[in-house]
Ligand binder design. Structure first.
Ligand code: BDR
Ligand code: CA
Length: 313
């Protein structure tokens, strides 16, 4: 059983990632959802996280994190995620509240109480960079950081940069050079797992969680449609599916560092193959491929399981 802290900015794909993790109580204990500004402002992504927890009727704490990147201004992404950060589903305003600590302090306290914790990072790495800088004593208790971010060959926000890393490159640089073991699910593997648009309608009206996923994907797939794609990556979800079934993924160990500036390259994950001349102490496990059919079967089965579970805790 892995104990997870999910650091996120919901976000349609963050929301689905959280659902898939929650659908597997034998594999994961979700200690909390920490939020960080990324897809939308910290208030909006926090509100969305509370909505997800209320939809699941569970008592996972939501802890608000950093409202801006370490050195830059926030750059929300309404084109991909809408003004609310999770446009599509119409949901009541949440009635629950955030835990009282800041995300960085809550993570420190929580990690030091546990033997080992896995940090699952689905958003810009601002909270994580601050945690590792301010409280380096947590490093030994972090089993692994498994993160959605970066790319080996091309970007989605700039020609060579992926959004999560681009949004706070200084934070990403701290995390990638922290010495903590890291696995990444970059754009390439998320695209390998992309979900066929023609299957989105299959979720409609099947149950409470299916309907939520249907409404999320109806909005979220707009991006793929505008780009003439017949499948959509559900980026953050791929990270959770890796944690469930690493044997279905292929990857390579690489040396990864972060480009901080550059008109086309700010936030680029500069990936170097480990060869006979490299002397890298802590290479990053970079995932590059996944069995598409299996990946999407895990997704669909998890949603069916959540519908069946209903509101039972
Ligand atoms: C990443 O950026 C966000 O828009 C998504 O939630 C995902 O974490 C993909 O580049
Ligand atoms: Ca995200």
């Amino acid at each position: 059983m892995r104990k997870l802290i999910i650091d996120c900015d919901p976000g349609h794909d963050d929301a689905i990632a959280i659902l898939i993790a929650y659908a597997h109580p034998e594999e994961f204990e979700i200690l909390g959802l920490t939020t960080v500004c990324g897809n939308q402002t910290i208030d909006k992504v926090g509100n969305n996280a509370l909505k997800i927890v209320e939809l699941l009727d569970c008592d996972i704490p939501v802890i608000q994190g950093e409202a801006k990147p370490l050195k830059r201004d926030p750059e929300p992404q309404p084109m991909a995620h809408g003004e609310s950060g999770m446009d599509g589903p119409v949901m009541a305003n949440p009635t629950s509240t955030y835990a009282s600590l800041s995300a960085v302090n809550w993570m420190r306290e929580t990690i030091l109480k546990e033997d080992k914790v896995t940090l699952v990072c689905l958003a810009p790495l601002t909270n994580i960079a601050r945690l590792l800088t301010e409280y380096p004593e947590v490093k030994d208790r972090i089993e692994e950081i498994v993160l959605m971010g970066g790319s080996v060959y091309g970007g989605n926000i700039l020609p060579k940069a992926e959004f999560n890393i681009y949004h706070d490159p200084e934070a990403a640089k701290i995390v990638f050079n922290s010495g903590v073991p890291i696995t990444t699910t970059p754009l390439e593997v998320c695209k390998a797992g992309a979900f066929p648009l023609k299957e989105i309608d299959d979720f409609e009206g099947k149950g409470k969680i299916s309907q939520f996923v249907y409404e999320l994907l109806k909005f979220y797939s707009g991006y793929a449609l505008r780009h003439n794609m017949d499948r959509t990556p559900i980026f953050d979800m791929t990270t959770i599916i890796y944690l469930l079934h690493p044997e279905y993924f292929k990857g390579r160990k690489m040396d990864v560092d972060i480009e901080l500036d550059g008109q086309y390259t700010r936030g680029m994950t500069v990936c170097e193959e480990i060869g006979e001349y490299s002397s890298i102490d802590n290479p990053v496990n970079v995932l590059l491929d996944v069995d598409n059919e299996f990946h999407n079967r895990v997704f669909k089965e998890a949603i069916v399981a959540l519908d069946k579970k209903g509101n039972k805790k």
